[in-house]
Design a protein around this ligand. Structure first.
Ligand SMILES: Nc1ncnc2c1ncn2[C@@H]1O[C@H](COP(=O)(O)OP(=O)(O)OP(=O)(O)O)[C@@H](O)[C@H]1O
Ligand SMILES: N[C@@H](CCO)C(=O)O
Length: 293
């Protein structure tokens, strides 16, 4: 038996749509695999009642198929599905590491990125690697095509999850089809600022670079209370706030000493519009961890 813990991730970070991602220190999924003649899946934990156990519909099923590694796969969800915290990608990444080990396939973490991406594609309808790359490799990741660059950044974060479900598929439908030159220049500037901040472990630059005027405003309209939560987090000291992944999670960058008050302010912000939420005080963390039994 092989056990792997894969972290939640936040994709986009505002200015890096379908490119930037970050591994979060917490929460995480845990996946256990045992060899079997055919793939079967059991899901327990947070939101498990909403997750299909048919390998054709679960992200881990496509991973087992891609690695030609049939197994009994047990997923313990610590990351709520349809959260914007890379729940489906974390299971896929954990399964990729676990099955690679179980069947001794010898693939590197980077080689597992497109394989885990196939799993992610089963639910979002298209391949985007910005969740599975950080779930596998850790840190801040820049995924362009099949290339992934990682920065081992140390940035405190708060992720706040409202009790609203938005599927990635639906959130992709509201993304504008095009951009003006002005929007493009603005986004490039912010993305470069964010990347510089990650390389320097500078929460101020990261927060400044999390802003975008293209994708986030369209998606924010789907999240009841987004404006209230953003304002509350900024007032409490956040250096930047944006939609996490496809939402409805909202993520803030900050200095360590402000994390607790920002978490409380974000929960209060959702509370103002009658939405319950849970905040995770976290930071950029490591990728999937393998445990041999
Ligand atoms: N192993 C899995 N874990 C979580 N969700 C899964 C899994 N397999 C299939 N799903 C389905 O994927 C959907 C959730 O994925 P989705 O990409 O919408 O959200 P997410 O992974 O939480 O967030 P995001 O990708 O925006 O960060 C749900 O419909 C869920 O049933
Ligand atoms: N980049 C993807 C991530 C979703 O998890 C999106 O924002 O649609």
């Amino acid at each position: 038996m092989v056990t792997v813990r894969a972290p939640a991730t936040s994709a986009n970070l505002g200015s890096g749509f379908d490119v930037f991602g970050a591994a979060l220190d917490r929460p995480a999924d845990v996946v256990r695999v045992e060899k079997a003649d055919r793939t079967t899946i059991d899901v327990t934990g947070y939101g498990s009642e909403f997750i299909p156990e048919d390998p054709a519909d679960n992200t881990v099923g496509a991973v087992a198929e891609a690695l030609d590694a049939p197994a009994h796969i047990r997923i313990d969800k610590g990351i709520r599905p349809s959260s914007g915290l890379g729940s489906s990608g974390a299971s896929a990444a954990a399964a990729a590491v676990a099955l690679n080990e179980l069947y001794d396939r010898g693939l590197s973490r980077k080689e597992l990125v497109p394989i885990a991406g196939k799993g992610e594609a089963t639910v979002s309808g298209e391949v985007h690697l910005d969740n599975v790359a950080p779930a596998l490799l850790g840190g801040f990741t820049v995924a362009t095509g099949r290339d992934v660059t990682t920065v081992d950044a140390d940035i405190p974060l708060v992720a706040c999850l409202p009790e609203i479900a938005i599927s990635t598929r639906d959130a992709r439908d509201v993304v504008p089809a095009g951009a003006t030159m002005e929007q493009l220049v603005y986004t490039v500037g912010r993305a470069a600022t964010l990347t510089t901040g990650m390389c320097r472990d500078d929460p101020r630059l990261v927060g400044k670079g999390m802003h975008d005027r293209l994708v986030t405003p369209a998606r924010a309209d789907l999240i009841s209370g987004y404006d209230e939560v953003r304002e509350a987090a900024l007032d409490a000291g956040a250096t930047g706030v944006t939609v996490s992944g496809a939402g409805p999670g909202v993520i803030a960058a900050c200095y360590p000493e402000d994390r607790r008050s920002i978490a409380a302010a974000m929960v209060d912000g959702f509370g103002e519009v009658g939405v319950d939420s849970r905040a995770y005080q976290t930071k950029i963390g490591r990728g999937a961890t393998l445990y041999r039994d």
